[in-house]
Ligand binder design. Structure first.
Ligand code: ADQ
Length: 460
């Protein structure tokens, strides 16, 4: 019988799987709950041994197989090529990207080691669904070991245009490795198009509609915007809206309006520009001083990569500067928090706010934008201010206020418009966005991708 095998850089532990996770983990767990399958990848641990082994655990009914990374694998593959080269480049930050050939070799080697481990765990009819930029060469490594399974790849980040991709020296090798998959999925039409353009122009591959003729066979290319568990977000945010935490938040606000932002602390999320836009609002519209608070929740991530230490310092100094200038005895304009909150608590904070301020400089999708909308009270919804450079803007453009995150004045105007928006318009916009989110939930994302991964029907 054919099973679904999901491979991602990080596999949740049993404890993490029990806590309701976000993003990829939700999608993966939901996909696997429906059919027999396996989730394979890194367990998040750095091990002393040079050759970590496979271990097994279960999350509910789902089988998981994981391995650790040695210190040098972690440095070269994870911290090095994946997060020091690919992540910044795929987010158009070539100023933060670096290249080291040893790191690339380490990246390829980890993909090969993982492929070798997986080979022992899969049957020949199993479908393989590989996730994200850490594992681009995974299919090629599997093919070299003789695996002939159907293999699909989904990229959660943006895919940059050729001019940017070419700054990564092994760009051609990476693109060729992508052509070893049967199906390539991207978040937006623009990302899929960028890959097709590169493959046609640089690799000279012929194209027939959405399918490239790759050296090892047809490669189908599509866009599959990731969604959320819309109903689940809605019910969780409602259920928690009377919690102690929300009461404490409201008590601190003292009837002031609330603008909220929630991100992983990452330079792609546009937080410095966002802080500056909030200050511009205070400068240009004195009536808001003392009457609106901005809460930014941003737990640190990847703190051992240099770009992340820098953005953290920059955010601390920007928030400190703004608060130093505007704080009054009874009001602090920005509450900047590096701590993490449980998912259901975040959703209830979204529901208690008047504006969701989601302005990445570049983002594959940005699920926070979608969760913000789904968490609102339909009778009295908050307004989403969303960057045009988030993948989510393709779907939410008619309901959100769309901004260019580099335009500080325009973002300040958008905040003003959002804070002042009449109830009728808020409801209309919210209703529209909810329809979009329900029509393309995480279930549709998974089903569309897996349907397209099925082998093409053989003509009779
Ligand atoms: P991320 O860059 O991590 O994901 P995002 O989509 O915003 O970004 O968030 C993923 C999940 O993490 C969401 O469920 C969100 O609620 C949660 N999350 C974010 N910040 C959090 C915080 N401060 N505390 C707790 N939870 C938080 C990558 C890509 C995105 C893409 C996703 C899924 O970079 O563009 O949307 O994968 O494909």
């Amino acid at each position: 019988m054919s099973r679904l095998v999901i491979v991602s850089n990080r596999v949740a532990s049993a404890a993490e799987g029990k806590r309701s996770a976000g993003g990829l983990a939700v999608g993966v767990l939901d996909a696997l709950k429906r059919q027999d399958g396996l989730w394979f990848g890194w367990n998040g641990k750095i091990e002393d041994t040079a050759d970590p082994e496979v271990a097994f655990h279960r999350i509910g009914r789902i089988d998981c197989a994981t391995t650790g990374l040695s210190r040098s694998e972690y440095d070269l593959y994870y911290r090095g090529f994946a997060n020091g080269t690919l992540w910044p480049t795929f987010h158009y930050r070539i100023d933060l990207s670096r290249y080291d050939a040893r790191e690339y070799a380490g990246y390829l080697a980890v993909n090969e080691r993982l492929a070798g481990m997986l080979k022992e765990l899969v049957g020949e009819d199993d479908r393989l669904w590989i996730h994200d930029y850490h594992l681009i060469p995974f299919a090629r490594a599997c093919r070299r070991l003789g695996l002939r399974n159907r293999m699909g790849f989904f990229l959660h980040t943006p895919f940059p245009p050729e001019g940017i991709l070419r700054t990564v020296p092994p760009h051609r090798d990476l693109a060729e490795a992508m052509c070893e998959y049967d199906l390539l999925g991207f978040q937006t039409r623009g990302d899929a198009q960028a890959f097709l353009d590169y493959a046609q122009r640089r690799l000279g591959l012929p194209r027939d509609g959405d399918t490239l003729r790759g050296p090892s066979g047809p490669v189908r290319v599509g866009h599959y915007p990731i969604g959320i568990l819309t109903d689940d977000v809605q019910s969780k945010s409602k259920a928690r809206s009377r919690s102690k935490l929300v009461a404490t938040l409201k008590q601190g606000l003292q009837e002031r309006k609330l603008i909220i932002s929630v991100d992983r602390l990452d330079y792609s999320k546009g937080m410095v520009e966002r802080f500056n836009a909030f200050e511009r609002l205070l400068e240009s519209r004195p009536a808001y001083r003392g009457h609106v608070s901005f809460v930014q929740i941003a737990p640190p991530s990847r703190s051992d990569v240099e770009g992340y230490r820098h953005i953290r310092r920059q955010l601390e100094s920007t928030a400190g500067h703004i608060n130093g200038r505007w704080t009054e005895l009874s009001w602090t304009p920005i509450r900047y928090m590096n701590r993490a909150y449980e998912r259901a608590a975040l959703l209830s904070f979204f529901r208690a706010s008047q504006v969701g301020f989601v302005t990445p400089l570049r983002d594959g999708m940005n699920l926070v934008a979608k969760e913000y909308v789904a968490a609102q009270d339909p009778e009295d919804p908050g307004v989403l201010v969303l960057s045009e450079f988030a993948g989510a803007a393709d779907e939410l453009a008619d309901g959100a206020i769309i901004v260019n995150p580099y335009d500080i004045d325009a973002m300040a105007c958008a905040l003003d418009q959002a804070l002042d928006m009449p109830l009728v318009e808020r409801r209309e916009r919210h209703e529209h966005m909810m329809r979009v989110l329900k029509d393309n939930s995480i279930k549709e994302w998974r089903d569309h991708f897996l349907t397209d991964l099925e082998p093409p029907a053989v003509a009779a």
